[in-house]
Every structure is written in structure tokens, then in C-alpha cells.
Design a protein around this ligand. Structure first.
Ligand code: FRU
Length: 744
């Protein structure tokens, strides 16, 4: 539930400022004029809106931030008051600019929705986010010499939610000395005779804005680059092939004076790196380099499956949202393509879908590939871009945006399909904690049809990435609605829930089932949706194989994150009720290269198969049947010779399957990666197991995907031992054990 805006102070007095000469307790020896050091412990000179900043400045002890550092005195401003999800604004009383610089301390998250802004004569003069994600406050300096004598005011804004969704501010003062290590407004001239500008990246460095200037024209939008400060993690290319012979400059509005990155920027005709990094999947799609999250715009056309995806081409942490692009003939072998849809002046490109407009309803051309996506700018809006060359290039529709709503902040991720019964396009859109359905005859004009979600399913986080589609069960059509939610998943963080019911062209009516139901009970399958225009009438799903809890920290180099295996969605009865099964598509079996067949194992204690595969490089499948017989508690464990392991533990009395990855390998890169997760299962006489391992991931499918559990792992070497355990010492059988080496 959204809290109401709390306005604590409406009419504000002119800010009373103190000039401190000589020995200033908080600022050293220079003469500084303190705008606010917050040592009064209250916000008497500020207007407080929203809930993010609480009712007063905080001390370290009551801030809830254990490692906060760098603030001066006792009090500082924090927007973590009501947790990372809260939003709000602090607006200062007006004050007069009396010195050349305004210095202040800043820390927290680096999202552009967290910032401090200086407003003079109604115009924003500066608007800056914290430099680097962290609880260390650092000096930031604004040169305000041009505005001496003018009236100004400050706004401190937290419009962000989720991890690091807070800003910290302290000691705002005016003086004639800049206190920051950062430099502003740098220009670097680039020779235009090569293909790429090579940018040195450090994942932990703060993002800096980088503008490309061509023949004196600043290109909009800018990119956010984590320009290396202390060490270079990897390089990314910025393609300038199209600007041969032109005057090229890189403009950096702000960056760290003594960071190493700026001086290392160079140009090159080649961009190469060792592609088989330790955690690079073999048969799952991962971007060539850079970051990915949600799959987007999945559509089939002329023999090719298109996969667009949330992509950062300038680093392997989230940012610069662009639609990356890949194509495949079989959904397994993927070809990387140049990005499909790039950020524009309306914002970055968030998730969405693509359709083939067979009847030219939009007028872009018969069989045009039309992408419907969210622009994330000052607000979130729905937009169109179309391609007349099978996804190679996209043209943004001039009449964008096609759908807006000034009242909904989280308004995104349109998934569109052609409903042949109601003869219109249907869009499912995430609208904060509900899914809103819209209808359109031409993809351009949308009319609200209905809204679904209040009081049903899981609501522990924001609703995202919906998908509504029909499936056949027992000869009858049922409709399934996928809704991703973050946080609020059954095992922490992100997860995808679903509803089964009916859709009459306007309204989705769910069947009475024990919601929430999850497509995958592992922690690493999020934001998945299905392909449009699938040629064999199948419903094929792919998810993002990660979790917002730690996706930005996973220890892979050059790239971060991959997609799940493509899975075919089917409705099945699990013995209790209908569920959405999601086994891997049949083609995955074609990856099987070598087979090791093992004899049936019967245990009432422990048995280990060592060396499952010779030359095991971490891409393999385990297939077996488990017959629990008299045992109610048993497990199987994959392990390597470094004492790293993943255990799958069945408790049939509780009807629960647990996956323990606490000792799976590198688990320290994020606080809550290491975990034991639990998944409901149904007690049966036999479980058919398929377990697909691909370097840094495990996908477990029980009984043809009736239960799916997807989990990331970061072992030092491949697990090559398989141990069977009867935990209650009752006999149990593991039969038909096949280990397949997988390869493309
Ligand atoms: C889900 C999501 C979407 C959004 C995209 C931004 O993971 O938050 O709602 O469109 O990621 O990258």
C-alpha cells in the first residue's frame, strides 16, 4: 500500500545560515557558510514530502546503516527511514548564494532517481546523484560563481525503490574552496579513424555520464559508464564506425580527478576477449558482453526466433537499458546481433514485447515486426517501434507514446497478442500491484478493458512483466496469466507467479486455486514470458536466470546473467490441482553428446558415483528415476573435489523439496546469495528427474516440469560426483541413471 504524502512544513522561513570563521568544528579552518549541517536534529528549514526522509535527520545509531561513514558531527540526512522502497523529497528554504562553491557530502545509491538539485530562478542548475553506491559520504562540489547574490533552493529527492534506493546528505556549505575529488565538464578529443572507442570499466566504480559529441553536436541521450577508477575489470567498445572523418569528442560532465579511467580511453579496430570465461554458459543464451535482465520482444518470423533482452552495452551491471538482440533457428544456438532499440530523449528502453502485424493494422506495413516497449524517463510510457527488415533495424513511431497514465509510477512491461476471438490486440501491462488489460484495433489507440490482481496472489513487491496466453487442457481452452514480482518471491527476492482461469476478451477470471502459485520455486527464474507467433502452436517460455537480490554482483567477468532454457508451457494436474508445467523444449535433448549409463542404485544409507563424466567441463544433464519405496527423507548431492556441493533434499512427509547451495562455491559476493530454498512437491511413488547443469546454473525438472527449480551456482570446478542418501535409513532406489555430456 502506498502511504499518503506527508507534508510536515508548508510555509518555510528564509533559511537562516551561519557563517563560521576560523575554527569550524565540522569544516576545518576555512571560512564556510553553513547552509545546513543538520546538527539541530530537525528539518525546521526544510519542507518534507513523502515518507523517505522520516521526520528528522538521523544519527548513525538510528539510521539502520551499520557501515555509514564520512558524515560530520552526529546528524545527517537519510532517505532510508522507511526502507529502500520509500520515496520523498526535502526542499530547503530559499537562501542567497554568497561564495563560489557549494560543497556537501553525499552517499547512498547511484540511481538517477536519487539526487540533490540546485534550483535558481526556477531552473535546475545542478542535479547530481551520489557518485558511487555506498554508505560512505563523499564531498561533491558545485561551482556557483556565476550565481553570486542569487536566491537559490535545494531539493533532495528519493524517487527510487529497491536495493540502494536511498540517498545520504550532510554538511551543505558555501565557500571559496572546492572540496571534492571530482572534476566537472571534461572534453576528450577522439581520432575518428578507427571502429571503436574503448572504454575501461570497473564494475564497482560509480557511473559517470558520457556524451558523444559529433561535429559540435552533443548526442542525446548520454550513456552511463562505470569508468575505471582503481582497476580495469574489462573494456567495452563504443562504436564510432559511422562517424569517420568527423570531429568526435567525449564529454564527461563529472568524473573522479585521480581515477585511472579517463587517461586510458583509446580507439581500436578490434574488440576481443577470451569468451570462455569460467562462468560463461555453454547452451544458455548470455550476451556477448555486458549486462542482461528480462527477455523482451520474443517473436518468431521467417524461420527465426527473435530474442530481444534488457541490455547494458556499456558494462556488466544494470544501466543504459537498451534492447539487445539475438536470433536462433532452434532456440538453442543463438547468434548475437547488434542492439535493436536504443535509449532516446524519452528515456531508456524497458521491457516489452513484439508482434507480427499480419493484417497491417498499424499501417507500418504488412508483416511488420512491431515492438511495444516502455520508455523509462521522467515517467513510464508505452511506445512503438517497427521493423520492416526482420528485426535488423527499428523505426520509432512518430506518434509515441501510445499509452500514458500520469497517476501510475510503475506502469510498464507491455505484453501484446492478437486475440482472434475479440479481433483486437490485447495488452497486459504491469500497473504497480495489478495487471491492467487494454485493447486496440491498431496498436496505436488503447482502451482500458479491466484490471486484475487486487486481493489475490502474492503482493510482497511490485508487479512486473505480465503475460496472458491460452493453453489447452483436456480439449478446453484455459488462460494463464504470468506475473513477476520483486521482491516477494517464495524464497526471497524475485519470482514469477501465475494464475489459471478464463479470459473473455475483456476480463481475466481466475479459477479458485491455492495462489500464489510459482512457475519455478528456485530463486533464479524471473521476468519470463512467451514467444509470439510460434510456428508450431506451442507456448514457449524463457526467463531471466537471476534474481534482483544479487544479479549485479554475480562473479562473472565481461558479462552478467543469462536466460533460462526455453521451456514449453503445459497445464497438467499434479494430483491435487492444475499447475503450469514448464519442461525444457524437446530440442534440448539434441544437446546430448555422450552418455554414461549407470546401474540402478539401491541405498538405505549413502552411495557415491565418482567421476560422473570424464573431462567434465560443467555442461551436462543428469536423468534418473527416484523410487522412494519406504523412505520419506532422502537426498542427492552434486559435489566437486573442492568440498563444494549442491544438495537436493526431499521430505515427503512435509511434501517439500529443498535445495541447499550454501556450500556451492563462491557465495560471498552478495549477502543473501547463500541459501537453502524450499519448494512444495506432491508425494509420489516415483519422481522422474532431469537436472541440467551449465557452468553456473542448475535447472531441476521433476516429472516433466511439473516442478521446476532453477539455481545459480559458482563452483571452483565442475561438480563431478553424485551422492545418493537415504536420510531416514529406509531403502530407496535411484534407477535409469543417465549422465549426458551436453554440447552445441
Ligand atoms: C523486471 C524489470 C521490468 C523493467 C526492467 C528494467 O526485471 O524491473 O519491470 O521493465 O526490469 O530493466
Amino acid at each position: 500500500m502506498k502511504k499518503n504524502l506527508i507534508i510536515l512544513l508548508c510555509s518555510l522561513p528564509l533559511l537562516s545560515i551561519t557563517t563560521l570563521h576560523g575554527q569550524n568544528k565540522k569544516s576545518g579552518k576555512e571560512a564556510f557558510i553553513v547552509v545546513d549541517d543538520f546538527e539541530s536534529g530537525n528539518f525546521k528549514n526544510w519542507k518534507v514530502e513523502g515518507e523517505a526522509f522520516g521526520n528528522s535527520p538521523v544519527t548513525k545509531e538510528n539510521s539502520g546503516i551499520r557501515d555509514v561513514n564520512g558524515y560530520l558531527g552526529n546528524y545527517f540526512v537519510s532517505s532510508l527511514s522507511e526502507g529502500d522502497d520509500s520515496r520523498g523529497t526535502l526542499t530547503s528554504s530559499p537562501f542567497k548564494i554568497k561564495s563560489n562553491y557549494i560543497n556537501f557530502l553525499i552517499g547512498g545509491g547511484t540511481s538517477p532517481d536519487l539526487y540533490i538539485e540546485l534550483v535558481i530562478d526556477g531552473k535546475t542548475i545542478y542535479k547530481n546523484s551520489p557518485f558511487s553506491e555506498g554508505s560512505q559520504l563523499e564531498w561533491m562540489t558545485w561551482d556557483v560563481s556565476k550565481y553570486l547574490g542569487k536566491q537559490a533552493y535545494l531539493r533532495i529527492v528519493d524517487n527510487d525503490r529497491g536495493k540502494w534506493g536511498h540517498i545520504l546528505i550532510d554538511q551543505i556549505e558555501m565557500g571559496n574552496i572546492p572540496k571534492s575529488d571530482y572534476m566537472v565538464d571534461k572534453r576528450l578529443s577522439i581520432k575518428s579513424d578507427k571502429k571503436y572507442i574503448m572504454l575501461p570499466i570497473e564494475d564497482k566504480a560509480p557511473e559517470v555520464k558520457v556524451f558523444l559529441e559529433i561535429d559540435g553536436i552533443k548526442q542525446i541521450p548520454h550513456s552511463n559508464i562505470r569508468l575505471a577508477q582503481n582497476k580495469i575489470d574489462y573494456w567495452v567498445p563504443l562504436n564510432i564506425e559511422g562517424y569517420k572523418g568527423k570531429d568526435i569528442n567525449l564529454l564527461l560532465p563529472i568524473f573522479k580527478r585521480n581515477g585511472i579511467g579517463y587517461s586510458k580511453i583509446n580507439t581500436s579496430n578490434t574488440f576481443n576477449f577470451k569468451y570462455d570465461e569460467p562462468f560463461r554458459p555453454l547452451y544458455h543464451y548470455s550476451p556477448f558482453f555486458g549486462w542482461t535482465n528480462d527477455p523482451n520482444g520474443m517473436v518468431y518470423k521467417d524461420g527465426e526466433y527473435h530474442l530481444f533482452y534488457q541490455y547494458n552495452p556499456y558494462g556488466s551491471v544494470w544501466g543504459n537499458m537498451t534492447w539487445g538482440h539475438a536470433v536462433s533457428k532452434d532456440l538453442i544456438n543463438w547468434e548475437h546481433k547488434t542492439p535493436g532499440i536504443l535509449p532516446d530523449s524519452e528515456g531508456t528502453i524497458f521491457s516489452g514485447s513484439a508482434v507480427i502485424d499480419k493484417f497491417n493494422t498499424a499501417g507500418f506495413g504488412k508483416d511488420a515486426m512491431v515492438a511495444i516497449y516502455t520508455n523509462d524517463g521522467d515517467r513510464q510510457t508505452q511506445n512503438l517501434a517497427y521493423s520492416l527488415d526482420n528485426g535488423k533495424t527499428f523505426i520509432k513511431y512518430k506518434g509515441n507514446p501510445v499509452l500514458t497514465d500520469p497517476n501510475i509510477v510503475d506502469f510498464r512491461d507491455p505484453k501484446v497478442f492478437w486475440d482472434k476471438d475479440s479481433k483486437q490486440w490485447i495488452m497486459s501491462l504491469a500497473t504497480t500491484q495489478t495487471i491492467t488489460f487494454y485493447g486496440s484495433k491498431n496498436l496505436k489507440n488503447w482502451e482500458k478493458l479491466s484490471e486484475f490482481g487486487e486481493g489475490i496472489g502474492a503482493h510482497g513487491g511490485v508487479w512486473e512483466c505480465p503475460d496472458l496466453f491460452p493453453l489447452t487442457y483436456n480439449g478446453k481452452t484455459k488462460w494463464v496469466l504470468l506475473v513477476s514480482i520483486n521482491p516477494g518471491g517464495p524464497n526471497s527476492g524475485s519470482a514469477t507467479q501465475y494464475f489459471i482461469g478464463d479470459f473473455d476478451g475483456k476480463k481475466f477470471t481466475p479459477d479458485p486455486l491455492p495462489y500464489p502459485l510459482w512457475i519455478d520455486n528456485g530463486r533464479d527464474n524471473y521476468a519470463g514470458v512467451t514467444w509470439n507467433n510460434e510456428p508450431n502452436g506451442k507456448t514457449i517460455f524463457i526467463g531471466w536466470m537471476s534474481n534482483w537480490d544479487y544479479a549485479n554482483q554475480v562473479p562473472s567477468v565481461n558479462f552478467k546473467n543469462a536466460m533460462t532454457l526455453p521451456r514449453e508451457l503445459k497445464l497438467v494436474n499434479n494430483g491435487k490441482h492444475l499447475v503450469l508445467a514448464n519442461p525444457p523444449i524437446e530440442t534440448v535433448k539434441e544437446l546430448r553428446k555422450e552418455t554414461n549409463t549407470y546401474e540402478n542404485v539401491s541405498v538405505n544409507d549413502t552411495y557415491t558415483i565418482k567421476n560422473l563424466l570424464s573431462g567434465n567441463e560443467g555442461a551436462y544433464e543428469i536423468e534418473m528415476d527416484i523410487k522412494p519405496e519406504k523412505s520419506n527423507e532422502f537426498s542427492f548431492i552434486l559435489s566437486n573435489n573442492n568440498n563444494q556441493q549442491v544438495s537436493f533434499i526431499f521430505d515427503l512427509t512435509k511434501e517439500e523439496l529443498s535445495l541447499d547451495r550454501t556450500q556451492s562455491g563462491d557465495t560471498d559476493f552478495a549477502i543473501n546469495f547463500s541459501s537453502v530454498i524450499h519448494s512444495p512437491i506432491v508425494k509420489r511413488n516415483m519422481y522422474k528427474i532431469r537436472l541440467l547443469v551449465d557452468k553456473a546454473s542448475i535447472e531441476l525438472f521433476l516429472n516433466d516440469g511439473e516442478t521446476a527449480v532453477t539455481s545459480l551456482i559458482f563452483p571452483k570446478e565442475s561438480y563431478n560426483n553424485l551422492t545418493f542418501k537415504s536420510l531416514d535409513k529406509q531403502p530407496i532406489q535411484f534407477n535409469n541413471i543417465n549422465i549426458y555430456k551436453l554440447g552445441l
